[in-house]
Design a protein around this ligand. Structure first.
Ligand SMILES: *Cc1c(COP(=O)(O)O)cnc(C)c1O
Length: 390
């Protein structure tokens, strides 16, 4: 062997937590390799296809050579206008499409880059626990410190913002919220948005609402962070096409809100990416112009699946709350086992895949998350299998 120097992974990668589910994943793949039939309630990735109108819009758009060149850096002007129109129709908030709308390569991309734009090394990002893991990973990668804000079951899985100390709030540059909430299924709450906006003003930080599930709402009305008084001076909201229109593979989303924050994010993005294929942006425009009933029909599919799962588990003696929003059921482990041990037993004994709650943060311990992105008859089958091991 020649005497060569090995490369060294950047130290910042050491800040990322170890992947907890190595064993569980291995067990799942071993069973799949044996041809075992698993009901997968693990991943939140819609099984229903993208609406055909959107697919047709992409087909037409990609045949137009005008879409083949580099996209506009902040997103196609025509899509940004459509986003502003869609947002105003839903929330009554009128946005300047030039300054208050930014097209993203999916919400995850925008959330992943945001800390680099507004969080300095050693300053604090307030991150919900349990929560979508990108918030903390991106904050760590930007060199920031993460302070978990527990979502209190007694408060309907909302954070008690009064419990954040003054010193922590003063050190904070960023607060992440995510309503409707993954993984708990908690709906939006206008009061929480107002409190968060007030706190952000008082301490001079940015408040973000990840609204990826804004349209997956079974009851109650839609609420945006930007409707809260003063929120547009301190807040941005991230929206996705992925869950609403079954477009997880397409990679398109958008951010709306404070122009300065979006400028900072756009400054990062202009150095590392070149926005979304223009043809996909045109398809996104078609998505936003779909009649609301189309998305509503799909919501009925999720509602039936939710009821089949919640009622079925209840009959089996496992009483789990019925979520008002999102396609997740967040269930307390009924046996007192840890969330990983229980998920492992669900896998081995019931052949059902669920996500251990601890993967979403320490406060997720004692829970599992089950996604409704699998056909109703498979959910019936899952309930049957779970019943037998309880
Ligand atoms: C699925 C999901 C996203 C990712 O959305 P993309 O637009 O596909 O990147 C963002 N936030 C939450 C909470 C999610 O569950």
């Amino acid at each position: 062997m020649k005497d060569t120097k090995r490369f060294q992974r950047a130290a910042r990668l050491d800040r990322l937590p170890p992947y907890l589910f190595v064993e569980l994943e291995r067990a799942k793949h071993a069973l799949l390799a044996e041809g075992v039939d698993l009901v997968d309630l693990g991943l939140g990735d819609p099984d229903l296809p993208t609406f055909p109108e959107i697919v047709e819009a992409l087909q037409a758009a990609c045949a137009d050579p005008a879409t083949h060149r580099y996209p506009a850096q902040r997103g196609d002007a025509s899509l940004r206008k459509a986003i502003a129109g869609w947002f105003e129709a839903r929330y009554g908030v009128s946005l300047d499409p030039e300054r208050e709308v930014l097209v993203l390569i999916g919400t995850k991309e925008g959330l992943g880059h945001l800390p680099m734009a507004v969080l300095d090394p050693s300053r604090v990002a307030l991150v919900p626990d349990p929560g979508y893991p990108v918030y903390q990973a991106a904050s760590w990668l930007a060199g920031g410190e993460v302070v978990h804000v527990p979502l209190e079951p007694e408060l309907g899985f909302r954070p008690d913002l009064d419990r954040i100390s003054r010193a922590t709030a003063d050190s904070a540059q960023l607060l992440f919220l995510n309503y409707p909430n993954n993984p708990t299924g908690a709906p939006v709450d206008p009061e929480l948005f107002q409190l968060a906006a007030n706190l952000a003003h008082e301490h001079g930080f940015v408040v973000v609402n990840d609204a990826a599930y804004a349209e997956i709402l079974y009851e109650g009305s839609r609420v945006s962070l930007l409707q809260a008084g003063g929120a547009r001076e301190v807040g941005v909201e991230f929206h996705s096409f992925s869950k609403t229109f079954n477009m997880t593979g397409w990679r398109i989303g958008f951010a709306v809100g404070n122009a300065g924050v979006l400028d900072a994010l756009a400054a990062i993005k202009s150095n590392v990416d070149s926005c979304v294929f223009t043809a996909i942006q045109r398809a996104g425009e078609a998505a936003l112009s779909l009649p609301e009933e189309r998305v509503g029909e799909q919501l009925e599919v999720y509602r039936r699946r939710r009821d089949v799962l919640v009622d079925g588990l209840g009959d089996a003696g496992w009483h789990v709350p019925r979520p008002h929003a999102t396609f997740y059921v967040w269930a307390k482990v009924p046996t007192g086992e840890g969330s990983q041990a229980f998920a492992t037993r669900l896998l081995r004994e019931a052949r059902v895949v669920a996500t251990p709650g601890v993967g979403f943060g320490p406060s997720g311990e004692g829970y599992v998350r089950m996604a409704l992105t699998t056909p109703e008859e498979r959910i019936v089958e899952a309930v049957d299998r779970i019943r037998r091991i309880l």
